[in-house]
Design a protein around this ligand. Structure first.
Ligand code: TGC
Ligand code: FAD
Length: 392
């Protein structure tokens, strides 16, 4: 619409960000404005992941941004969150890609990997020279990954992997897959493996016909007698909780990312409402019902910003609590989806077209609501925390 995005700050929250945080937000916003916004509608239309942005994002330090060492940027968790916010202001698909590379591939290697694994993979993943994916979900086990059927069998000094993973972001792009499998035999623990995607028996195939996250690659992975050396086992993994620990990182990033999508929708709706005239040649922004919708959006975005910032500050202080992260993911994605629906409504018929980003965000957010723990799974996580009773 010819406007340059100025950010959304309804309660003076900018004053709570330090100079480095504002700087990283500004540079990411500029990257998104110049490189993603001009191409994203075409990518979405053509169902194309903009792979040409991978190396530039690596050069800007977005991959594993909150990891220290190994060529990573060593940002704070709040800075990392602001990067996610700005990327998802552009598109949830690009933020998804960065989330997976950072929180679901580099984080487990950094946290559970051997020194050799860290040295081999982290620098190349940080630049984007190598890409990764994270395989936890299976066709029959989404919300309940503990039921997984993928198995790892010890064979001499190797392991042999068999199973199916489904809905895997970047699956067919990846050079390395962090795959979760249950050990066969007496030790039935879930373990993580770093699998070279060129290994014989590893096959990734893309999911087509998605009406959501069209600019992101989503794949199925089939593992048929994939023989991997014992050195591919992530030695620090200790059961399903290690996989869930990775999800905390990604869910944290999503709680910021969803704010970006909400801001894009709010900003688009506000600009539109000020220009669009109906009845007595007045802008629709002059109508009370329209103002109420804008007020609702800004208030909810502000509450979501407070939540994400508080969780981020706690995370930086080493006090991240998974239930707080669940609350932030659940609330902010719900809020963003509501903002997208309201913005779509305020744009009238124009709202359904790709002339505006709103419908794309709306469709993307339907996935974001489902992945990384559905809205209702986070309700149950919080319900269990409040009552001490599991209702899964
Ligand atoms: P449960 O018995 O409750 O827990 C097993 C063990 O894990 C511990 N734990 C956690 N640890 C760290 N962080 C968390 N958030 C944790 N939640 C649980 C727990 O204390 C226990 O430890 P221990 O020592 O007793 O063994 O496990 P459960 O099988 O009953 O499941 C719990 C449940 C339902 C909450 C969990 O399975 C869950 O979160 N389900 C949702 C699945 C999900 O989020 N999948 C995401 C897949 S990845 C993805 O979607 C990527 S999208 C990427 C993108 O494009 O951005
Ligand atoms: P189900 O678990 O079958 O849930 C269906 C419905 O039932 C939901 O509404 C859910 O809330 C509800 N439900 C389930 N159990 C309960 C219960 N106990 N009580 C009440 N309601 C319940 N996974 C990965 O491992 N890696 C990835 O990179 C990845 N990327 C993804 C990308 C996209 C675009 C999408 C859509 C998904 C991705 N996922 C990935 C998978 C995602 O994590 C799962 O889709 C999600 O965990 C939900 O699982 P499901 O789709 O099998 O739904």
């Amino acid at each position: 619409m010819g406007f340059r995005f100025q950010g959304v700050d309804g309660i003076g929250l900018d004053a709570w960000l330090n100079e480095d945080e504002r700087l990283v937000r500004a540079s990411t916003r500029q990257f998104v404005e110049e490189n993603l916004i001009p191409i994203i509608e075409a990518c979405n239309h053509d169902s194309r992941f903009p792979k040409e942005l991978v190396r530039p994002m690596g050069a800007l330090g977005y991959f594993g941004a909150n990891i220290h060492g190994y060529g990573c940027a060593g940002m704070s968790n709040v800075e990392y969150g602001l990067v996610m916010q700005e990327l998802e202001r552009g598109d949830s698909g690009l933020r998804s890609f960065v989330s997976v590379q950072s929180s679901l591939v580099m984080y487990p290697i950094h946290t559970f990997g051997s020194d050799d694994q860290k040295k081999e993979w982290l620098p190349q993943l940080a630049t984007g020279e190598k890409l990764g994916c994270f395989g936890l979900t299976e066709p029959d086990f989404g919300s309940n990954p503990g039921g997984m059927r993928t198995r790892a069998r010890k064979s001499g000094t190797d392991y042999v992997l068999n199973g199916e993973k489904m809905w895997i972001t970047s699956g067919s792009l990846a050079d390395v897959a962090v795959l979760w499998a249950r050990m066969e035999g007496e030790d039935q623990r879930v373990c993580g493996f770093l699998v070279d995607t060129k290994s014989p028996g590893f096959r990734a195939y893309d999911v087509h016909g998605k009406w959501s996250l069209r600019a992101s690659v989503t794949s199925g992975i089939s593992l048929q007698d994939v023989r991997v050396p014992a050195s591919t086992l992530l030695p620090g993994t200790d059961g399903l909780k290690s996989a869930l620990q990775c999800l905390n990182q990604a869910r944290y990033g999503i709680s910021w990312g969803a704010l970006g999508a909400a801001m894009a929708c709010y900003d688009t709706a506000l600009q539109y409402a000020l220009l669009r005239k109906q009845f007595r040649d007045q802008p629709i922004a002059s109508h009370q019902l329209v103002q109420e919708k804008l007020v609702w959006m800004l208030t909810e975005i502000s509450k979501g910003q407070l939540l994400a910032l508080h969780v981020g500050r706690n995370k930086d202080a080493g006090k991240a609590d998974p239930t707080h992260i669940s609350m932030a993911k659940r609330n902010n994605v719900w809020m963003a989806l509501e903002c997208a629906r309201i913005a779509r409504d305020l744009l009238g018929a124009n709202g359904i077209t790709s002339d505006y980003p709103v419908m794309r965000h709306l469709m993307n957010l339907e996935s974001v609501k489902t992945y990384e723990g559905t809205h209702d799974i986070h309700t149950l996580i919080l319900g269990q925390s409040i009552t001490g009773i599991s209702a899964f």
